[in-house]
Each structure stands twice: as structure tokens, then as C-alpha cells.
Design a protein around this ligand. Sequence first.
Ligand code: SAH
Length: 345
Amino acid sequence: MNNIIAKLIKEHRLTLDEYKELICGYDEKAAELLRDEAVRLRKEIYGNTVYIRGLIEISNICKNDCFYCGIRKSNKKCERYRLGCEKILSCCDYGYSLGFRTFVLQGGDDGYFSDDRICALVSEIKEKYPDCAVTLSLGERSEESYERLFAAGADRYLLRHETADSEHYARLHPEELSLKNRIVCLEKLKKIGFQVGCGFMVGSPYQNAVTIAKDLKFIEEFKPDMCGIGPFIPHKDTPFSNYPAGSVDFTCFLLSVIRIIKPDILLPATTALGTLSENGREKGILSGANVVMPNLSPEEARSRYMLYNNKLNTGVESAEKLEGLKKRIRAVGYEIVTDRGDIKK
Ligand code: SAH
């Protein structure tokens, strides 16, 4: 195990078999070694700064039926909503005044948000706040659509690959969705010029050391600018309601590994991490993460964008709450900054 850790630290890459061995050899001691190196690398590039992104959940209407997701089409209990453009813009206004310089528009695959609508929205945000970045997380779209969104001024796109093993992918998604198309989308986004983020859930049903090794290999080869990983958390009204949640500590271990694979990566301590453990996001930062994404959505959206049970519902709807988050991050030695937070290549 120690020679594998040494190789990863030296070469920032492993073979598939070595990744598998690394995962199987996971224990507190290995986690500590990797954490130390991950923190050293992130400090070399980003110092002790933590970037914030204002997350705006624009719609929970979705045509897809992903087995793990609480806003899947078949969940009849989900109360659906979508935010109007005015509402979204007012979230940005407020976020800007709090110091946010990146807005993330995320949502289900909702046909209402056509290219025309998203482009108009993105142009308006960029015109009002030329010093801000806009990140989109709106699922799989056509190449032409991605091109238009980029031309309208969107800077980044988050599309988690979910798992890099196609059989595993098929056990998490309905037939219409494939790993192949997911990867095609990621490649297109990169080619167009977006800063691109992939990622996966830790502890999703049927995940194992081989599928995670493939995830790590994919990240190593694809070289994303961002990577979102968080524990799987069951949602009571999905086919996976009875599966156990992923582990916070193992997620932190993988955060450290990903930081070492790609030292300059933008790596969020995700909401799911903060949902499972009161100080989950701090643990993520202390394992090598350098981004947090507080929720800027209005209350009606926050309570309904339920991807999983008990999703952390504390937004930063007041300056005091953001101050509270800043204090918590400061208490573990890091500093939230007002910055677009681009990747430092
Ligand atoms: N429709 C967009 C956004 C999806 S929501 C898209 O397809 O990209 C963002 C992420 O939440 C998903 O990519 C998934 O990895 C995560 N997620 C969904 N359900 C979850 C659950 N039950 N537990 C943890 N994470 C979940």
C-alpha cells in the first residue's frame, strides 16, 4: 500500500489495478498520508483560500428517471416548481451583494429552459455582472445547444459522469441514458471551451472497488477543471430508498486522491457531505477540497429541490448566515474569498 501511495504522490497517476489496490487498502493511516499531501498541494496552488459558488436551483421538473434521484420523473410525490427568470436574476443580485462572483444554475432536465431562455438569462447575468462567472448544470443537451450557451457567455459546465463503468451506469439509470452519451457530452463541452466538471456519488448502489478505480482513471485521463463528489444519500420515494448512504470519511479519502491526481482541480466540499455530517464540509476542506457551494435559491425552491432525504436546507439567505459559514471555515484555518475562483493552471 505504501509504495502505491508513494507512486501516486510522485506521478499523479496509477494503473487501474493500482487504483483498485489503493481503494481496497483504505484505512485511517492511508487517509492521513493522502490528506497531508492533498492539503500541501492545494496550499501550494490556492493557499488557504476557499472559493464560494452561489447555487441557484432553477427547476425540479425533469424528464429523466435516474433511479437514485429524488426529483426523477416517476416520483409523483415531488412537488414541482420552476423559477422565473426575474426570480433567478434577483437571486444573483442578492448573491452579488453578499460577495458571490460565481453563480451556478442547476436543475432537472426541464424543457421549459430552452436554449433561447437560458441564453437570454446568461447574457443578462453577464451584462449586469461582467466580473462574475456563470456555471451551468442542466444535464445532457445537444452540441449545438452547448455551443449557444457558451456563446451567450456561460463559463463552466458541471455534468457528473456518475460512474465510469457502463454496466454500473445501466444499474443506476433507465435504458435511454448511457455512459457513452454522458462522456460524449463531456468531450463536447471541453472542446467548446467550457471549464468542465465531472464527478460521481460515493457509495451509490452496486458501486465497488473496480467501478471507483475506473472513476479515478477517468478523472486522470479526462483532466476535468472541476470534480463534484459526494456521498450517495437515499431518497425515500425512489427505487433506492432502502440502500445505505455512502461514507463521509471514505468520500474525504477520495477527495484527497483526486486532489493528488490533479493538483489544480476545483474540488467542492459538497452539500451531500454537509448533509451527512454536521462538519462534513469542513472535513472536506481539510481533505483537499477548495470550493463550497452555498444555496442561494429562494425558500420555495430549497425545500423542493430534494435530490435525497434531509438535504441540507440552510441557504445563505441572509448576510449573517454567510458570515456564519465564513467563521466555520476560518475556524479550521481557511478563508472564503470574493473571487470568480477560476482554475489556476
Ligand atoms: N440534471 C442535472 C443536475 C443533476 S443534480 C444533471 O443531469 O447533471 C446534481 C447531482 O446530484 C447529480 O449529478 C447526482 O450525482 C447528485 N445526486 C442525485 N441524487 C442523489 C442522491 N440520492 N444522493 C447523492 N447525490 C445525488
